[in-house]
Ligand binder design. Structure first.
Ligand SMILES: NC(=O)c1ccc[n+]([C@@H]2O[C@H](COP(=O)([O-])OP(=O)(O)OC[C@H]3O[C@@H](n4cnc5c(N)ncnc54)[C@H](O)[C@@H]3O)[C@@H](O)[C@H]2O)c1
Length: 332
């Protein structure tokens, strides 16, 4: 695609969304970000702040977005594509307050889809999750594995996929939904209680604090590097690839938490002690995806292996710590 597009990225100040913004901006598109900065940071977008093709609008997707959409169109004209990342992303919070989770994770998506329908947006990307799968589904999970979410967060992601299918069938909307496995990389917030295991382990290794492994550490996850995810998202968003499809995005590589901890300690040259605590309720034992659909529909093959991704994340974390106040841009 050569023609510049006006692309709306909801949740673009967040971890994954900001990497998608980077790709879209580098490709020469105009990008508007809607974000309420609840877990995102303006610092994740500071590289584009002064660029005339970039605009940040403080907006809550659970609330009326009329004003935000009008301002976006005033800035760069008709919105042609939407990447929808904005969400309440903490699974435990969705259990504590399922009603609030619906606001951000279902109502927010439907607002975006209604806008897309009325304004003939060419394509919508939706950030879904492996949390939609049945914890007891045999691994590796594929897109046809049984969906039986164990949290309101997972229920709402699955509901989102049904909305996309409905809008596609009844209104001709074009979409791609990607079910992310465990995404990691620079800008994942280790300070967040709900952050991914990698950002927490790296932070603890670098600061010499103990690393806590729940259970025996032989539980597994499929860790996919954030720039690979951003490439998959932008490829689906900008082309006909993954047309009206729901696709798992991971690496197909199953890594135990013990191996992860050892690798991180060795890369960081850290002597942090490792402690084990009892398994947490709701933690699944094994998680890894098949790659068939991602390869067939998106030609997706992860480029960054775990070792290289961990090294890059470690380098970023050390830089962040040396310029500590930079994330004070958050309005969280
Ligand atoms: N990180 C992962 O491993 C992972 C796995 C599966 C799915 N996902 C999905 O990918 C998307 C991005 O996740 P992330 O890891 O980058 O999380 P993140 O918390 O860094 O990003 C979410 C962004 O959305 C914004 N946001 C939250 N609620 C909002 C609201 N009501 N209105 C406007 N903005 C709002 C936040 O401020 C933040 O910038 C989410 O939809 C998440 O559910 C992430």
């Amino acid at each position: 695609m050569t023609e510049p597009q006006h692309i709306l990225v909801t949740g673009g100040a967040g971890f994954i969304g900001s990497h998608a913004v980077d790709v879209l901006m580098r490709l020469g598109h105009c990008v508007t970000v809607f974000d309420n900065l609840s877990t995102g940071y303006l610092a994740n977008l500071e590289q584009w702040e002064a660029n005339p093709r970039f605009r940040f609008i403080h907006a809550d997707i659970a609330a009326d977005l009329t004003d935000a959409f009008n301002r976006a169109v005033l800035g760069f004209g008709r919105i042609t594509r939407i990447a929808h990342f904005a969400a309440q992303t903490a699974v435990p919070l969705s259990m504590d307050d399922p009603v609030a989770d619906i606001g951000a994770n279902v109502t927010g998506l439907v607002r975006v889809l209604e806008y897309a329908r009325r304004n003939k947006v060419a394509k919508v990307f939706f950030a879904s999750s492996s949390a939609i799968y049945d914890d007891d589904a045999p691994v590796p999970v594929s897109e046809t594995s049984s969906a039986r979410p164990s949290s309101p967060y997972g229920i709402n992601k699955l509901t989102g996929e049904f909305y996309l299918d409905y809008y596609a069938r009844l209104n001709g909307l074009t979409f791609t939904a990607l079910r992310f496995m465990n995404v990691y990389g620079p800008r994942q917030d280790p300070k967040s209680w709900y952050s991914g295991v990698i950002s927490i382990f790296l932070d603890r290794a670098v600061t010499g604090q103990p690393i806590t492994i729940f259970d025996d550490g032989e539980q597994t996850r499929d860790f996919v590097y954030v720039t690979d995810v951003a490439e998959a998202v932008t490829h689906a968003l900008l082309t006909g690839a993954g047309h009206n499809a729901v696709i798992n995005i991971g690496t197909g590589v199953e890594v135990t938490i013990n191996t992860l901890a050892r690798t991180i300690l060795s890369l960081a040259g850290s002597a942090s002690p490792v402690r084990h605590e009892p398994a947490r309720a709701g933690d699944i034992r094994r998680s890894v995806t098949t790659m068939d659909q991602a390869e067939a529909l998106l030609a997706f093959r992860p480029r960054v292996n775990l070792q290289a991704g961990l090294q890059a994340t470690l380098t970023w974390l050390r830089q962040e710590k040396s310029r500590a106040p930079s994330r004070s841009g958050s309005a969280a």
